[in-house]
Design a protein around this ligand. Sequence first.
Ligand SMILES: [Zn+2]
Length: 70
Amino acid sequence: MADDNITITFNCGKCRTQLSWPDDACDSTEICCKQCGERAGTYGELREKGTEAARKEVESMLQKAFENWR
Ligand SMILES: [Zn+2]
């Protein structure tokens, strides 16, 4: 594998701008698009989605690794 890093990014549902949040964001911090102001949800909600996406990515990576291994 060339790149083991899993990068999860979130984009605004309206204008597709990549969302960012402060380092000290907590679960109840509202994340809004810097470009158009669209509310993306709370940091906790996004983190949950990100965790789920990362889990799926790891699963598919493992699956591929085992397919090659056989
Ligand atoms: Zn936006």
